[in-house]
Design a protein. Structure first.
Lengths: 182, 182
DNA sequence: GGGCGCATGTAATGAGTTACATGATTGA
DNA sequence: TCAATCATGTAACTCATTACATGCGCCC
């Protein structure tokens, strides 16, 4: 549903073909969606079948043909329906990475710390890629989606470093000489 | 994979049956995962088939039988493998709600504002449910997963209200008397 | 007696992934 | 000449959802 919204939205005012679309999704929107190649092609075909887009075949010289898609007026209406629904609703975000945190006490805090430090590194890398793209106080100039992503990455970093501090304290306390029995 | 981690982790030290597990997932972990009933049952069966858990049948009086699961030592090992992997890695979080934001300019800013205000209300409700469960500076006492969720809800609220401000400014400017041609 | 809670699923369907297939052109 | 890029997919599979099925006990 949201994937349809995305593709339809991209196709509005950008008549393009599957290959180019896949390329764009992988190179520019990887932070937003993870759409595999066959899924994208299948989605285009489904949109066509349902009358939301039409398809015309192009070819340049002897290169493979291109199936170029255009949004129909039904597709236009459908797009706005999906868009309004998407903007209106709040859907719980899902953090698959959070599930491990639920069981963090199953590991000795030293190991947990080491593992989460690895995670932190990866997160910092991600931030280095995306933070520069969103100058602070950019208003609507910088795309708000990017801003949204960066804001959450930063929240994640804050939370993660604070959790790491707690863990370090946990094993620092344990390693103190025990004067009284527990 | 992460769902297996979750179920296996819950089953460690809590021998329980499908019905009770489903109940717990729905009532207490709805913010963390969305696991439907048949999926959960199927997952339990798969874990059993793969030797990660064993199953024993119980029954009280004339009530329907209960299939109670216990984690095996292979399951134990598998759990730790999954847990380490989950803690170590950073996976991009996905925000299906963000896709609409990408196309926000397709709507007049007044309408976008109205829609996003609806979203904000839903978000505030969610916060009212979860914020009280996580007193600030709770360390490892409050479950860190809950803390994680709340942190992101708060980040979302901050971002959303700032976006709304920008939108309001956008149409306030437009409604000013135009002195010069554009 | 009617509905909810307990306790288990199955069957049909849909959505998405992985691996594979094809064949031309372009650049090193 | 070899690999990468352009451009399209299909087939087999897994994973998950929705809707349906069953039957007892308990409470109003």
């Amino acid at each position: 549903m949201n994937r349809e919204l995305l593709i339809l939205g991209l196709l509005r005012g950008w008549d393009t073909h599957g290959y180019q679309l896949v390329d764009f999704l992988e190179k520019r929107l990887a932070y937003l969606v993870d759409l595999k190649k066959p899924t994208t092609y299948a989605l285009l075909e489904r949109l066509r079948r349902d009358g939301h887009v039409t398809m015309t075949v192009e070819r340049e010289g002897n290169r493979p043909e291109r199936r170029v898609y255009q949004v129909t007026s039904e597709g236009e209406a459908y797009f706005f329906r999906l868009l309004r629904e998407n903007l209106r609703s709040f859907a719980r975000p899902r953090f698959p990475n959070a599930i491990g945190i639920y069981f963090i006490q199953a590991l000795p805090s030293e190991e947990a710390e080491a593992l989460l430090n690895e995670r932190l590194s990866a997160l910092e890398e991600e931030l280095q890629e995306f933070e520069p793209k969103v100058p602070a106080h950019a208003g609507l100039a910088a795309e708000p989606v990017l801003q949204h992503y960066v804001v959450h990455l930063q929240a994640e970093r804050t939370w993660l470093t604070s959790l790491l501090r707690t863990l370090v304290e946990a094993h620092r306390q344990r390693s103190l000489p025990t004067e009284a029995a527990e």
